[in-house]
Design a protein around this ligand. Sequence first.
Ligand SMILES: Cc1cc2nc3c(=O)[nH]c(=O)nc-3n(C[C@H](O)[C@H](O)[C@H](O)COP(=O)(O)OP(=O)(O)OC[C@H]3O[C@@H](n4cnc5c(N)ncnc54)[C@H](O)[C@@H]3O)c2cc1C
Length: 488
Amino acid sequence: MRTAATVPSGETIGSGRRHAVVVGGSMAGLVAARVLAAHFDRVTIVERDRLRDGGAHRKGVPQGRQLHALLARGRDVLEALFPGFGRELEAAGAVPISVPGDFLTLTKAGWLDRRAPGWTALSASRPLIEATVRRRLLDLPGITLLDGHEATALVASRDGRVVRGVTVRRVGGLDGVFSVDADLVVDASGRGSRTPAWLAELGYPAPEATRVDPDIAYATRTYRIPDGFTADWKAVMLMSQPPTMPRTGFLFPIEDGQWMVALMGAAGQHPPTDEEGHAAFVRSLRSPVIAEAVADAEPVSEIRGHRGTTNRQWHFERMRRWPERFVVLGDAVCAFNPIYGQGMTTAAVGAETLDACLRSRRRPAGDLDGLGARFQRALARRNADAWMFSTGEDLRFPTTTGMTAGRVLRAQHHYLDRIEAASTRDPAVADVYVRAFGMLERPTALFRPGLVAAAARTRPTRVTGIAPVPPRRADQAASGRRGERQPA
Ligand SMILES: Cc1cc2nc3c(=O)[nH]c(=O)nc-3n(C[C@H](O)[C@H](O)[C@H](O)COP(=O)(O)OP(=O)(O)OC[C@H]3O[C@@H](n4cnc5c(N)ncnc54)[C@H](O)[C@@H]3O)c2cc1C
């Protein structure tokens, strides 16, 4: 077995383009493997869970039972990596949703103007999204999936300077650990990543971390969409209204004619998982639209809760020394409060960044020196917008721990309140707002001159916008107008 004690320091490994190992076969690992397939002869994914065909829930991704919205930017990256991905996901049952046309959104300032062109989402359960990506990846030559195996440590040169592979053990097996040699190791093992411990074993100092915790919990349930249900929307988001109203509700259609209803409570107001408490929480949201829709819907799952949603970022980019031939991405580096739906998209953007770093290496082909440190710095820059967006919104709650909202952030909140108010009555503002939400635009797009002017014209405190038409069953009267402006 090649371990830190037996691999001589500085040993040259052939062309350096032969074999890459990815730890973790979830979204970040799958997209990283796709990118590596273009740069290495072989790519092995080491995944602790046994992966079955199709979209089954699994232990290693407990969040998979919760709502997973794939943002526009993430969808675009997946489409570029796997041409035809969107078509396949839709063929497998994903529901296209025009955002905001079909997406009834109650912002802090009122109902979002749905006349904006925006973008089209594909709504599906997390297991279906992951299974679609995995199927496409495994069709590629040179990809090996070592599922049912857990990576236990890094294998490195004696001085810990160069990573040469990982030690692996079969889950539930008695056959001990073995090592898998690699020219590049990628850790994509999620929030529970052991990279900080693995670095310590190789003699590196502890990385710095930032944590911002709005104390959010989820509770999600799926329902069968009632026969004949019609409404002028397909999906609903009822946002919280900090600092006093920390409850959010989503209703999204997913495959197999189901709705996924996800409730989130910040500032410790966690949604209950018992029938009565759950129903009361749904009724307590800022609009009755979700409660009315599910009133006649048959539940097809239990109510499943989830905690562990803190924004947490490891600052590997700040480390003075970083092992060669080792990179970390996805939630293993930067995990967000998931309410803004950024995780899968930032994982995809991380893979795109890895690809760019591999392509732009300054040294002769085959030389990976400096790649790891360069990548972690580039990734930190790419993650910065999503981090600012997520933590910036979370800091609207004074109970959020880890940071406090300073003067600049409070001024930003005030400005964004005006933008949100403008987005309830101006489709041009609403369009930039949803594009920024979908990560198609950087948040700085919200500060373009036209939007600044719109914000200046808008009073932020009035709840305005087009009110939704109440949903109806086919057997109910079909008359009704498309919405009326609420009294200001
Ligand atoms: C409640 C909740 C809701 C969310 N909603 C959204 C959403 O709406 N939209 C969105 O884009 N994102 C959402 N996310 C985030 C999203 O789930 C992740 O960002 C995304 O899955 C990328 O994560 P990952 O691949 O880095 O890690 P994970 O998905 O956590 O996967 C880690 C993988 O590594 C494996 N593993 C771990 N350790 C080892 C080891 N030692 N050896 C081998 N394998 C190992 C695990 O089995 C697992 O397969 C949500 C997250 C949560 C918690």
